[in-house]
Design a binder for this molecule. Structure first.
Ligand SMILES: Cc1cc2nc3c(=O)[nH]c(=O)nc-3n(C[C@H](O)[C@H](O)[C@H](O)COP(=O)(O)O)c2cc1C
Length: 167
C-alpha cells in the first residue's frame, strides 16, 4: 500500500471486536510511534497502554460512550510538560509533538489491520488518576485500538482550493 492509500484507508473506528491484539503487532505500532519527530527532539511524551480490567474501567469512565467500551486496548498519550520545547514567544509545542506520534500510531495500526479513533473530548482530570501518571504529565488524547467491527464511512474533506493558498 502506498502512503496515500494508507492515509485514505485510516478512519475513525467506533466499534471493535473483542479479539486481542497480537503482541508483535502492538510492538510494531509502538515502534512507529517511537520514531516520530518532535521539536528539538525533546520527545516530551509517554504512552500508557491500558489493557487490564481496572485501567480499562477508569479510561472508559473518562469518555462515557457505549462504542468506546468495545475496544480491547486504549493508548493514553500524554505530554510531559516540563520536557516540551517552548518557542521564544511562549508557545509550547508538546501537543504538536504528541499529535505527530499519535498519527504515526493510527497509520501503523491501519497498515496491520487494526482500527483506531482519536478521542480528545474526555475527562482529563479523571484520566490523570491512571496509575503511573507522573507530576507534570498531561493526557492529550486517548486512542482506542483493536480489530474493527465496522466499515469506514465516506470521507468528507474540504477541496484542495479551500485549503491551499498559492502566492
Ligand atoms: C484532535 C482530534 C480529536 C478528536 N476527538 C474525537 C472525540 O473525542 N470523539 C470522537 O468520536 N472522535 C473524535 N475525533 C475523530 C474525528 O471526528 C474524525 O477524525 C473526523 O470526523 C474525520 O473522520 P475520519 O477520522 O473517519 O477520517 C477526533 C479527531 C481529532 C483529529
Amino acid at each position: 500500500m502506498n502512503l496515500l492509500s494508507l492515509i485514505k484507508s485510516r478512519y475513525s473506528c467506533r466499534s471493535y471486536e473483542a479479539r486481542a491484539i497480537e503482541t508483535d503487532k502492538m510492538s510494531y505500532v509502538m515502534e512507529c510511534v517511537r520514531m516520530a519527530p518532535s521539536a528539538v527532539n525533546r520527545q516530551p511524551w509517554r504512552f500508557h497502554i491500558v489493557e487490564g480490567d481496572e485501567g480499562r474501567r477508569l479510561v472508559q469512565q473518562c469518555y462515557d460512550r457505549e462504542w468506546f467500551k468495545s475496544a480491547p486496548v486504549y493508548v493514553v498519550a500524554t505530554v510531559l510538560t516540563d520536557e516540551q520545547w517552548v518557542r521564544a514567544d511562549g508557545k509550547p509545542h508538546g501537543d504538536i509533538d504528541v499529535a505527530i506520534a499519535v498519527e504515526h500510531l493510527c497509520l501503523a495500526a491501519t497498515e496491520v489491520g487494526l482500527g483506531t479513533c482519536w478521542v480528545c473530548n474526555f475527562d482529563a482530570a479523571l484520566c490523570r488518576q491512571l496509575p503511573g501518571m507522573k507530576q507534570g504529565e498531561e493526557p492529550v488524547v486517548i486512542i482506542p485500538i483493536g480489530y474493527p467491527a465496522v466499515e469506514a464511512a465516506e470521507k468528507r474533506r474540504k477541496t484542495m482550493d479551500e485549503i491551499v493558498v498559492k502566492l
